[in-house]
Design a protein around this ligand. Structure first.
Ligand code: ATP
Ligand code: MG
Length: 480
């Protein structure tokens, strides 16, 4: 029998096993007391296994067995609304349920023929993103920024905005403090989002192996829903900590350290994970009708140090994803929140995943803001500016103010169109910048109060005219 081995050494969550001649890379190995581990290196004389469970009871000389399987988790629709650990086990106080269907956590991403182009919007409810950095279902959009710049807030707001939109959301906490995770859960609970959200927790208190496996577990859960023809969204919060966990394991396994002490295959760590988010076609999900597609959208989060996007992990993930939302510490501190740096942020899927009317209206805004920022830096040096420059500065300032947004205050697409039409209105040039936020507030509050959403349709050809009427009513009815 070659499929069992004897423990030779145990150290820091890693076991060295003699025997196990049939073990394969990535295979799940079973120890006594139902302790599981994953094969990480196949050496000439032994095998190194990283343990996923508490291993205090294991001793040298104990036996372990091959399972001939990659690590598996149980998935079905009952996971929705629950909190799981990295191994897919329930850790909330609700009833434990037995789930028969099992899926392995590592899978090959769908190929080109299985994919559909990303052409449906995934609305985040954040004005600046939905107008200038549109995100589509099946896209991978990176959220990158220093610590405490509102990265998690953008992700949570996006989950809040998926209410009643048939998108299943998955939030994976990797290496975060337990207090941050509790904060996120509280926010989701308060906004009634748990009924369509799954939380996967591998906090800083969990082992490096659990932090390493957590995003793959989450991705498998997301794929389960995608392959059923549904839309799912995953937030990986955050992949910097994931790379740290992998670096820790690799160093313990004595793999040679490379740049910033990461092992050589750290790019593959994230590329094989993010490649799995996709929009798949009806042939892949075996549905009869052409319009039936499934999607898995991913929002990986990366934390930078002093805004440095050129360090190893940020450059890797920037090159893997289809765009990034860059959060700027200076903007955050000058109270422009969300602190999105529009110049450095991009969505490579672009307008294909945006409603036509939003695309039309937001076309100039990005350019106006870029010009504003350029002029702003320039205007600091000279005091007398010509009228045109003054106007540009003035408009830029007002647009920046209109793009500000509080957490948990998501904007529907109709409300976003209203904001964009306010910017286009002739009156916008005349209104004082100190007045613009107040003006926006009264018009949006009014729209929410009378539930205007229910009376307007995004596909209506007269939508622009109708909203313009409303804006004009507010301008001439309440201000003049
Ligand atoms: P960390 O690096 O600790 O994970 P983070 O980048 O995820 O932080 P958040 O936790 O989302 O940042 O936000 C940090 C703080 O900034 C929070 O107190 C949050 O309430 C505040 N904040 C975030 N976005 C906004 C916003 N748009 N308006 C006002 N405050 C905000
Ligand atoms: Mg965070």
């Amino acid at each position: 029998m070659n499929n069992y081995g004897i423990i030779n050494k145990i150290y820091d969550g890693i076991v060295e096993v003699n025997g196990l001649k049939l073990a394969k890379y990535g295979e799940m190995i079973l120890f006594s007391y139902n302790i599981k581990g994953i094969v990480f290196s196949l050496n000439k004389n032994n095998v190194n296994i990283v343990l996923l469970d508490e291993y205090i009871k294991l001793a040298q000389g104990d036996k372990c067995y091959c399972t001939n399987k990659i690590f598996e988790i149980s998935i079905n629709f009952n996971l929705i609304g629950r909190i799981l650990n990295a191994k897919g086990e329930f850790i909330d106080l609700k009833k434990n349920i037995f789930i028969k269907e099992k899926y392995s956590v590592e899978k090959i991403a769908p190929g080109v023929m299985d994919r559909e182009s990303v052409n449906e919007p995934l609305l985040t409810g954040i004005k600046a993103i939905d107008s200038m950095i549109p995100i589509g279902k099946g896209q991978r959009e990176l959220i990158i920024g220093d610590r405490q710049t509102g990265k998690t807030t953008i992700a949570i707001d996006t989950i809040i905005n998926q209410k009643n939109k048939n998108v299943i959301c998955i939030y994976v906490c990797i290496g975060q403090k337990i207090s941050s995770l509790i904060n996120v859960i509280e926010k989701l609970k308060k906004n009634n989002c748990l009924k369509y959200t799954i939380i996967i927790a591998a906090t800083a208190a969990d082992s490096a192996a659990e932090q390493y496996i957590a995003p793959y577990t989450a991705c498998t859960i997301g794929e389960y829903f995608r392959d059923k023809g549904l839309d799912s969204l995953i937030i990986y919060d955050d992949l910097t900590k994931h790379a740290w966990a992998y670096r820790q394991i690799s160093l313990l396994l004595k793999r040679s350290p490379g740049r910033e002490a990461y092992p050589g295959d750290v790019f593959y760590l994230h590329s094989r994970l993010l490649e799995r988010s996709s929009k798949v076609n009806n042939i892949f999900i075996k549905k009869k009708f052409k319009y039936e597609t499934g999607s898995l959208t991913a929002f990986p989060i990366i934390e930078t140090l002093e805004g440095d996007v050129t360090s190893f992990i940020p450059t890797n993930v920037i090159s893997i994803t289809d765009g990034q939302i860059f959060l700027d510490n200076n903007l955050f501190n000058s109270n422009i929140r969300p602190a999105i740096n529009v110049g450095l942020s991009v969505s490579r899927v672009g307008g294909a995943a945006q409603y036509k009317i939003v695309k039309k209206l937001s076309g100039d805004i990005r350019i106006m803001l870029a010009q504003y920022r350029e002029l702003e830096a320039f205007s600091k040096f000279s005091s007398d500016l010509d009228i045109e420059t003054k106007n540009q500065l003035n408009n830029g300032e007002k647009i920046t103010l209109l793009m500000k947004q509080k957490p948990n205050n998501v904007y529907s697409v109709i409300e976003l169109i209203t904001i964009l039409l306010i910017i286009k209105n002739i009156f916008f040039k005349k209104i004082k910048s100190s007045y613009i936020e107040y003006f926006e507030k009264i018009i949006i509050n009014y729209m929410r109060k009378i539930n205007l959403e229910n009376f307007l349709n995004i596909n209506d050809n007269n939508l622009e005219f109708k909203i313009n009427e409303l804006i004009n009513f507010f301008i001439y009815g309440s201000i003049i």
